[in-house]
Design a protein around this ligand. Structure first.
Ligand SMILES: [Cu+2]
Length: 337
């Protein structure tokens, strides 16, 4: 019974998704699944046919009294041409269909396409939205999209970081984020997301907290909902500096820095503000605004005692929003007595 259920899961179930995939929610998902199912079914049919024939012949021509060994035939042109041409034809079908859908996936449409920046950094995602019609620049934790709109993601990771890869199963798309390089990926959502959002994973093993490098994708019906979603996620201007710093810590720093004195990948922030910081090279720096700012923009400039160079931390840079972010981080650190 379980076996039969398992087999029925192999059937392509269309837009509703299947055993293997969530519902098809982008413009390339149906093509992707078609190619996947085609290859899967070709493999299943040939596997069953070849194993079945092997077993059948093993039994039929087994050694037993009264049966003499057959002389092995050395050549059969018709058979050989058939078993060469049939697989060739099937492979050509697979090749052309896959190529068609691959080109669909890598060729952005000509119509208006919204460009957004994706930064993958140990161990979180940042989606940067700026320009019209949003007004202002926002660094979001989650990906916000409008149904039917085409998007071009320009993706990267900071210089000393490691490889990451953005995978959105509902969209059937995946692209690497390479330190110090830019990659592009376009997509067009065709379905609204469920209330909790679609999943977004990092699919390139990237260290300690790789498994925490997950987030959500929201697909909205209208532009107004989309802008509201972005502002709710990435707007720090409305918060007072301490709360802003707390939000920044949660979004960017908490995978490595605790605020309760516990050890992490980096030193805890608790009780550090205003102290003298011993560095790995034996010198001492005041733990103040300059030290914090420098540590964030250039982690390798000063290495804290007990840590090695190169720092596990890669630089953070919020561009024109830097003052807003540092103001918040510093105000929050001051509260961590
Ligand atoms: Cu990662």
């Amino acid at each position: 019974m379980i076996f039969v259920q398992g087999l029925s899961n192999l059937l392509p179930l269309g837009r509703a998704g299947s055993f293997w995939f969530p519902p098809q929610s982008s413009s390339v998902a149906a093509g992707h699944d078609f190619v996947y199912d085609l290859v899967l079914w070709l493999c299943i049919i040939f596997f069953v046919a070849i194993c079945g024939a092997t077993l059948y012949f093993m039994v039929k021509y087994r050694k037993r009294p009264g049966h003499k060994e057959e002389i092995t035939s050395t050549h059969n042109t018709k058979l050989e041409v058939t078993w060469s041409l049939v697989p060739l034809a099937l492979l050509m079908v697979v090749f052309f269909i896959s190529t068609y859908w691959y080109l669909e996936m890598v060729t952005p449409p000509e119509d208006d396409i919204y460009e957004l920046n994706v930064t993958a950094q140990k161990w979180r995602w940042t989606f940067k939205y700026s320009g019209e019609p949003i007004g202002g620049t926002y660094f979001c934790k989650e990906l916000h999209l409008i149904k039917g709109q085409a998007y071009q993601a320009v993706m990267t990771a900071p210089d000393n970081d490691v490889l990451h890869s953005m995978f959105i199963p509902a969209f059937r798309i995946k692209q690497d984020c390479v330190p110090g390089r830019y990659n592009r990926l376009w997509f067009r959502p065709i379905e609204l997301s469920p209330p909790e959002g679609f999943d977004l994973f990092c699919t390139e093993y990237c260290g300690d907290s790789h498994s925490r490098m997950i987030t959500k994708v929201h697909v909205y019906e209208t532009e107004a909902e989309w802008i509201a979603g972005i502002k709710k996620d990435g707007d720090l201007k409305g918060l007072n500096p301490e709360d802003r710093g707390k939000a920044i810590h949660a979004q960017f720093c908490s995978t490595c820095h605790t605020v309760d004195g516990k050890a992490g990948t980096g030193p805890s922030w608790q009780g550090m503000w205003g102290t003298e910081r011993k560095l790995a090279d034996g010198s001492v720096m005041p733990y103040d605004e300059n030290y914090v700012r420098k540590s964030v923009l250039e982690p390798n400039a000063h290495i804290a005692e007990g840590f090695a160079k190169p720092s596990a931390m890669t630089p953070f840079d919020w561009g024109t929003e830097n003052e807003l972010y540092f103001d918040g981080i510093i105000a929050y650190m001051k509260t961590l007595k």
